[in-house]
Every structure is written in C-alpha cells, then in structure tokens.
Ligand binder design. Structure first.
Ligand code: FPP
Length: 224
C-alpha cells in the first residue's frame, strides 16, 4: 500500500493524513474484493524496516491499526471477513496485540474474504524465525534435518494457513518487492501500478484483476 506519504505531501498535508486516507481505501477494497473473485487478500501495513520512521509517524500508524480494528470489527463480521495478522507481534504494544488476537478470534468463523494484515512483517525476519523454530525442534530430536522440505518450511512461516499469493500488486510506481512474502511469492504474478495507495479505487483493482485473468501461468513448465 505504497504512496500514502507522497499523496499527502503533494497536497501540503502531514503524512499521517495520507495514512488515514489509506485506511479508508482499505475499507473500500475489502468491501469490493469478494465480488471481483478475490477470496484471499494480504495487505502490507507496516514492515520491520518502518520502525526507522519518525516516532510521530510510527505512533500514528499504530493507533490507526488499533482504531481500524475497533471501528471495523462489526462491519467486517457482517461482511463475512476473516481477519488475520502476520509479522512479529512481540514488539507491538500489548494493547494492540490484544486487539489483534480479539478480532482474529471474533472473525474466525467467516470465510467470504480472508483478510491478512502484515504488521511488523518482513520476509527475511519471518524466514529467520521459522528457521530458528525448526532448528530448535531438530536440536530437541523432534525433527530430522533431512526431512525438512518445502512444505515443512511453509508450515513454519506466519502464513502457514494461507495459500501462496497468485498476484502481488505494488502501488505508487515503485518497482521493488521490499521484503513482502519472498518465499510465498516464488510463482506469483506481479503488477506495479503507478497509482498512489490513497487513490487506489476498487475500479483500479478490477482492471488489474482483469489483466491477471488473461495471463498464462506455467509454473516452470514449457509453453503448450
Ligand atoms: C506506505 O506508504 C504505507 C505505509 C507504511 C502504511 C500503510 C498503512 C495504512 C494504509 C493504514 C491502514 C492499514 C490498516 C490495516 C487499517 P508510504 O508512507 O511509504 O508512502 P510514500 O512512499 O509516499 O512515503
């Protein structure tokens, strides 16, 4: 969801106004996604590198996440959205961690849309934590190192109960992956949109989904 900061600065407003507008867009996209055939949606809200931002921006984002959970709980439940989080929660405020656990439990029975929000998420950090967990099991004699395969690694990641992404979209014209789902997106299709996230309407998503539907995916096999 890149481009919130630039969107606000271009208008002479503080960066946090862009994040607030970005949160409104999240709401619209979540509402529109199921009708576009999207059942799994993972959004990158805060990376392990985003702690380098000003304290004001970090605190503002954290309180935006908390208020989104509180304000949207009712609507998300009504719309059949199951909400999950990925990332390392240990560094987040206990109150936010509590809210995250609360909404995950509250929406567990829903399945119209699976919405996952990545907070304090970094692909390398996720893989490092998974490797540590597997190494601990091996050291305790509960895991044969020779038995570690693709599936075993996937099962140790934060995304263990999510399918791999079919399509990864980055907004705001940046052509980078920035540590987002590096293991899981090995065979994903990519779209880089010039649109800044606060301007990313359901219509823009619909056009991207349409283009994706026309792509031929071979997963390494030869062309027919
Ligand atoms: C990147 O834009 C965006 C973020 C670091 C924050 C994304 C968070 C939201 C949209 C808040 C809503 C999320 C939820 C779950 C309610 P940037 O600030 O890096 O933009 P820039 O590159 O233009 O500076």
């Amino acid at each position: 969801m890149d481009g919130n900061g630039r969107w606000a600065v271009n208008k002479g407003w503080p960066r946090l106004v862009g994040h607030r507008k970005g949160a409104e867009r999240v709401k619209e996209i979540v509402r529109a996604a199921p009708d576009l055939g999207v059942r799994w949606l993972t959004i990158y809200a805060f990376s392990t590198e985003n702690w380098k931002r000003s304290t004001k921006e970090v605190i503002g984002l954290m309180s935006l996440f908390a208020s989104y959970i509180q304000r949207e709980a009712e609507g998300l439940s009504r719309e059949g959205v199951r909400m999950r989080f990925i990332g390392d929660r240990a560094r987040l405020e206990p109150k936010l961690q509590e809210l995250m656990g609360w909404i995950e439990a509250r929406t567990r029975g829903n399945g119209r849309l699976n919405l996952t929000v990545a907070i304090n998420y970094g692909g390398r950090d996720e893989i490092t934590r998974a490797v540590q967990a597997l190494a601990r099991q091996a050291a305790d004699g509960r895991l044969d190192p020779g038995a570690i395969d693709d599936e075993c690694i996937s099962a140790a990641l934060d995304t263990h109960d999510l399918p791999d992404p079919d399509l990864v979209i980055r907004t705001s014209g940046e052509m980078r992956v920035s540590n987002f789902l590096p293991w899981q997106s090995a065979y994903a299709e990519f779209e880089f949109s010039p649109v800044l996230w606060p301007d990313f309407t359901p219509q823009v998503l619909a056009e991207i989904v349409d283009r994706f539907a026309g792509r031929e995916r071979r997963f390494g096999a030869a062309q027919e």
